[in-house]
Each structure stands twice: as C-alpha cells, then as structure tokens.
Design a protein. Sequence first.
Length: 110
Amino acid sequence: MDAILEFLYFIIDFALNFMIWMVIAYAILSWLISFDVVNLRNRFVYRASGLLDSLVRPLLRPFQRILPAPGGLDFSPIIFLVLVGGVDRILLPALFRWLHTLVNPAAATI
C-alpha cells in the first residue's frame, strides 16, 4: 500500500509542478509579446500562445475575478504560484505523512 501512496504522491506532485511551469511559461511569453520581442504573426509563437492560453486561463480565471488589475497589471499568476507552491511544498507532504500513518500505524510510533 505504501507504493501506491508514493505513486499517487508522485502523480499529484508532477501535476502541480506542471501547472507551475505552465503559468511561468505563460507569463514569460506574454511579456515577450507585450514588449514586441516575439510576434504573434509567427506561426509557432501563435500556436504556443494559444496552447498556453487555453491551459492557463482556466487556472487563473478565479484569481482574476477576485483581484483587480491596477494599471493593467495582472497579479493573478503570482498569487497562483504562491498558493500552488505552498500546497506542493507544505500541504501535500503533510497529507501523505498522515495517509501513511493510516495505512501503516506501526510507522507512526517510531
């Protein structure tokens, strides 16, 4: 049962890290487009931007509804990264330590 929990931890950790890297790539690409370093007329950039937009927008939309955008600056990626990073580094290990104690009560006494 410990192997199943370890695999489940790996999958959830991978998914959270994947979301973090997608938001970082989205933010960097949006800056590059805003400062006209890359152009959306380039087919690869257009497709990459569309893909990242379709993956990241649903993740950021709840934060964008709550937070105002002062001066057109979007702080939702920062809030998302802080929250998901906290879940990944603090809550997820604590949850799986607790699950391990439920599965293997003898390990909790050590």
